[in-house]
Design a protein around this ligand. Structure first.
Ligand SMILES: [Mn+2]
Length: 331
């Protein structure tokens, strides 16, 4: 799988590497590592994203600059790599450019249901993160090319996409990858995690306090709902980006199988983050609401208002709970 990819990608002189829009630790980490690896092998790399790098990940962009793509920059690339997303639409202006130019395209990702729109794909749903896949790719080619910056970038994605190694996507291979990255990069885990996680502002904690107050439980505590409204953001002078990670709090309540954070913050409907720590499949759940993602983590959208969004999202979850109960009775 990686051999073919390595053989083909290293034939190009100049490669544009995209991370998905509204970037996170996994896509930025894998993007920076991929660019450093390409350059080590004599290929000119450019890192692109339409959106800004989140504050807690800006340090990664000092290892390799991430630019907003424009027609001039993209025209310089012979091929593209897209990371941590499996459909062209996840990469913003990339899709528009490719519709016109049809350059060879390479995808590495771990989300379900990949779109058949790429020249070469590495699509591994069981991988904890795209960073774990890029780690395996570089290791298969030449593990000595994993320098300290590459190691920290890849470690960031593994840690952020696994909820600090808590999700059930974590395998012995994930732990081995993390251990090898620590050894090769010669750093301690907290050097990365403090930059990524311990950077909360007092305002964010005030917002969190309000969000915690909004938690409601359904179906004997199996489903937890939390919401953030524009009013809460105004009262705490925060933005909806400050809700990052909030959904893990309702998910941590004993007995909760799935938690949903609803954000009613921009007057453009309700954005939802769905998380599961059971056999409830939030990817299926989100698909009913114009979204998708993984079995354990997904995003969805509802036109609103908030009360109706809560009602509808709970209804879909309850239906799935009942189906799972019926299946286990029958089997
Ligand atoms: Mn990911």
């Amino acid at each position: 799988m990686f051999k073919e990819f390595i053989k083909k990608i290293t034939r190009f002189e100049s490669v544009g590497v995209y991370s998905h829009i509204r970037p996170d630790g996994d896509c930025i980490g894998s993007q920076v590592a991929m660019c450093l690896w390409l350059e080590k092998n004599g290929i000119r790399a450019q890192a692109f994203n339409d959106h800004p790098v989140p504050h807690n990940l800006e340090w990664l962009a000092t290892y390799f600059p991430i630019e907003v793509p424009d027609a001039e920059l993209t025209a310089q690339c012979d091929a593209f790599v897209v990371l941590d997303g499996n459909a062209p639409s996840r990469f913003g202006s990339y899709e528009v450019f490719q519709n016109d130019y049809h350059r060879p395209s390479f995808m590495i990702d771990h989300h379900p249901d990949p779109v058949d729109a790429f020249t070469e794909s590495i699509s591994e749903v069981k991988a904890s993160s795209t960073c774990e896949l890029v780690y395996r790719l570089i290791s298969e080619h030449d593990p000595d090319q994993i320098d300290s910056e590459t190691a920290k970038a890849l470690y960031t994605g593994i840690v952020t996409d696994t909820g600090s190694m808590q999700f059930d996507s974590v395998t012995p291979e994930t732990m081995e990858a993390a251990a090898d990255l620590l050894r090769r990069g010669d750093f301690k885990p907290n050097e990365v995690t403090e930059q990524v996680f311990s950077n909360k502002t007092p305002k964010q904690l005030r917002l969190l306090s309000m969000a915690l107050d909004s938690i409601q439980l359904y179906e004997s505590n199996q489903i937890a709902i939390m919401y953030v409204t524009r009013d809460m953001l105004e009262k705490t002078s925060t933005t909806s980006d400050d809700c990052e990670g909030f959904v893990n709090y309702p998910l941590s309540i004993s007995g909760v199988k799935a938690a949903i954070l609803l954000k009613d913050t921009d007057g453009k409907g309700i954005k939802m983050s769905l998380r599961s720590r059971s056999n409830l499949d939030v990817n299926k759940w989100a698909k009913v609401l114009d979204g998708g993602g993984h079995k354990k983590a997904a995003g969805a959208w509802h036109p609103g208002p908030l009360e109706l969004a809560v009602k509808d999202v709970v209804k879909i979850g309850v239906k799935q709970l009942k189906e799972i109960e019926n299946e286990s009775v029958l089997s």
